[in-house]
Write a protein that binds this ligand. Structure first.
Ligand code: ADP
Ligand code: MG
Length: 290
């Protein structure tokens, strides 16, 4: 039972984001290893509290990173989340070393993410920030959804996000669906998570951010054009199998009302193809990067 920072021994830094730092820690009593995410309250106290509330609700899926404890770090530390430690880091780390993944591995990753989303959506939660650095993995080949800093509880149709203009959110905006760029458009939110999964699947296949050309810098204009008007899917994944191309097209359907839902995609022929070899293939892929 962790109640204070002094119960934990900081071993290393696993990640640093805007307002949050994630450490690898060990429990002074038991020696058990955890990840500790410390989120400074900063200007956005509400969003920190929201992340804590959501994390305390999403504790019974094997496809969602589990939070074991939340406590106030005291002083100016911020809110502390003790989480299960994902020993192979994020899919972003894997992709930066591995470039391209096989369709079998992508199918496995997509299946895990869809099951995680099925769990979240059933709780009326939209994640809103599905991207490689928020998908965490273990050496055993497990894949889990993490980082609920942008998540929301759905209460009826919501209007889309308002984008800050400081450019700071480009990394995340790159995975954002067309309806979320369209400030006037109402949407259910769930479909946006499916879009992001489609971008991730394509990125795993081509080895780079797939919606803009290889040499292109994804500045605002390029990005918005690519997401909202681009000929993204077919041109990029034309080498893939028909099942994979079809899966990406269902995820990246521009009109959110026509996009594949999580339930539909869980029945797609690209998904659940090879449960057993999927996890084994991914585990050996991860091992080759370490
Ligand atoms: P942020 O809100 O700053 O994006 P995240 O929760 O996404 O914070 O964590 C940032 C990074 O820290 C992740 O991309 C990952 O590399 C690492 N990380 C986060 N949680 C864990 C964990 N439970 N186990 C291992 N690494 C983690
Ligand atoms: Mg993150």
């Amino acid at each position: 039972h962790h109640h204070a920072l002094s119960d934990l021994n900081i071993l290393s830094v696993l990640g640093r984001g805007n307002g949050a730092t994630v450490y690898k820690v060990s429990d002074n009593q038991t020696g058990a290893i955890y990840a500790l995410k410390v989120v400074r309250f900063g200007e956005n106290v509400e969003s920190v509290i929201r992340e804590a509330e959501i994390l305390q609700r999403v504790v019974s899926s094997e496809y969602v990173v589990r939070c074991l404890k939340v406590f106030d770090g005291g002083g100016d530390h911020g809110l502390c989340f003790v989480m299960e430690y994902m020993d192979a880091g994020s899919l972003h780390n894997i992709l930066s070393k591995k470039k391209r993944l096989s369709e079998n591995v992508i199918s496995f990753i997509a299946t895990c993410v869809l099951r995680g989303l099925q769990y979240l959506h059933a709780l009326q939660l939209v994640h809103r920030d599905i991207k490689p650095s928020n998908l965490l993995v273990t050496m055993r080949g497990e894949v889990k959804i993490a980082d609920f800093g942008a998540s929301r509880v759905v209460a009826g149709p919501t209007s889309s996000c308002v984008i800050s203009t400081d450019g700071a959110c480009i990394g995340t905006c790159a995975y954002m669906s067309p309806e979320r760029w369209d400030v006037g458009e109402e949407c259910d939110g769930y479909a946006g998570d499916v879009w992001s999964l489609g971008v991730v699947a394509m990125e795993c296949y081509v080895g780079r951010f797939p919606l803009v050309g290889p040499g292109q810098k994804p500045d605002w204009v390029t990005l918005v054009c690519a997401i909202c008007f681009g000929e993204n899917v077919e041109s990029v994944v034309k080498m893939g199998s028909p099942e994979f191309v079809s899966f990406c097209k269902r995820c990246l359907e521009r009109e959110w009302r026509n996009r594949g839902t999580v339930e539909e995609l869980l029945l797609h022929p690209f998904v659940n193809k090879s449960e057993i070899s999927g996890v084994e293939d991914f585990a050996s892929c991860i091992a080759s990067t370490h």
